[in-house]
Design a binder for this molecule. Structure first.
Ligand code: SF4
Ligand code: SF4
Length: 407
């Protein structure tokens, strides 16, 4: 560990400054600024850790603008664990850097205290319909109106069954992580996930007492609360006795797969080893081809870069859509959602959103499939803004259930 004790200096030193990661970094590609690149950010982290730089706006800004997308990790020949370095640095920044006004409120209130807790989120959503209506008539400033435009137009908040049995030959029993934002805004996707898993031969249970996976806190520099939530989930899923913990949000799956590293105990490692993204369980089942409109696939960073799952979703889509599946240019480039990034860094998030929308329109697809609700909301908002209402964005589970007529 370094002088300041927050950074794993050995891991940071693995960076040999070769620059091979630069082309894969969305913020570097947008700005051409070394400080906005993985190499530049690692240098800033090391200077902070050594006490040669202090927490000023000029240093914290490029670190805040990192998406945490981990595209650089995939490109790095030296195996730099960038995600872990960023997590350590963010925790250090949030302990020592004084944020003010809107940024303080977003990070310390909305992201730390509201979004990860479904009951609080439900209450916070009550006035949104009216506020959005008011905002669209010019009654609210852009900084207040735009975050609300990210929300889906409507959502299904009906309760989920506690259990749902397999159809046909039984392959195992899985526990579904319902998460925080997803358990309020995307219950329909959870229902679709349960139907698909039942169809694929799994009994599904929704264990009581589970909480947010902790990713929102971890990415916001609040590792204490992230660990607290992770411990709760480890206890709940151990007690449930399931064969697999299934996750249908790429960011939550990546977080849970790292519980062993986050908590450093054997039970957490065992639970982390049983976590599977939905596509990993579905990939073992044959899918019949169904007629469909032209469909493309946007890769969620935390599925493709953090979990390194790239081919299975494409194989599922090819099986169902056949020749109507088309590749999306820059499919693995972040859409700007990146957890809560589109709230805290709206300018860069908007640039990346626009780039994603242009690529989607270039692909000619009528449906964009993804595996993360954050990406879904970000892309939907971008398409609405571009006036491209003919293009639908669907979670993979919703798309498959609809094509297989399992509803
Ligand atoms: S590719 Fe890896 S080693 Fe090279 S500059 Fe980027 S982070 Fe450093
Ligand atoms: S995590 Fe993403 S945005 Fe951050 S430095 Fe790496 S590639 Fe760039």
């Amino acid at each position: 560990m370094s002088v300041m004790g927050f950074l794993d200096e050995h891991a940071a030193r693995a960076c040999i400054h070769c620059g091979l990661c630069l082309g894969s970094c969305p913020t570097y590609r947008e700005t051409g600024d070394e400080n906005e690149s993985p190499r530049g950010r690692i240098w800033l982290m090391r200077q902070l850790a050594a006490g040669r730089l202090s927490l000023t706006a000029g240093v914290v800004g490029p670190l805040d603008r990192c998406l945490g997308c981990r595209a650089c990790e995939v490109a790095c020949p030296s195996g730099v664990a960038y995600g872990a370095l960023l997590e350590q640095t963010r925790a250090y920044v949030e302990r020592g850097y004084r944020r003010r006004g809107w940024q303080w409120w977003l990070r310390r209130v909305l992201i730390d205290e509201v979004l990860p807790y479904p009951q609080r989120l439900r209450v916070a959503l009550w006035p949104v319909g009216l506020a959005r209506w008011w905002g669209r008539r010019g009654g609210l400033p852009a900084w207040l109106r735009e975050p609300m435009e990210l929300l889906p137009e409507r959502w299904d908040d009906a309760p989920l069954p506690a259990e749902s049995p397999a159809c046909g030959p039984r392959r195992g029993r899985v526990g579904l992580l319902t998460g925080c934002v997803m358990s309020v805004l995307f219950r329909g996707t959870h229902r679709a996930t349960m139907r698909l898993l039942n169809w694929a031969g799994y009994d599904v249970v929704v264990p009581e007492g589970q909480v947010c996976c902790g990713a929102l806190h971890a990415h916001n520099g609040n590792l204490v609360q992230a660990r607290h939530l992770a411990r709760r989930n480890v206890a709940v899923f151990v007690q449930s006795g399931v064969d697999w913990v299934v996750v249908n949000a790429a960011g939550c799956g990546a977080m849970m797969k790292e519980y062993g590293h986050l908590l450093g105990d054997e039970e957490a490692m065992r639970v982390a080893g049983r976590v599977r993204d939905l596509v990993e369980l579905l990939a073992t089942r044959e899918f019949p081809q169904q007629g469909t409109k032209r469909v493309t696939y946007h890769e969620a960073c935390h599925l493709s870069h953090a979990q390194r799952i790239r081919q299975q979703p494409r194989e599922l889509l090819r099986a169902v859509a056949g020749r109507q599946f088309v590749e999306l240019p820059e499919s693995d480039t972040c859409c700007g959602s990146a957890g809560s990034y589109n709230l805290t860094e709206p300018d860069m998030a908007r640039r990346l959103q626009q780039r994603k929308v242009e690529n989607i329109l270039r692909s000619g697809a009528c449906v964009v499939v993804t595996t993360n609700p954050g990406c879904q909301m970000q892309i939907e908002a971008g398409l609405r803004r571009a006036g491209a209402r003919h293009v639908r964005v669907q979670h993979l589970a919703d798309y498959l259930v609809e094509r297989l007529r399992l509803r």
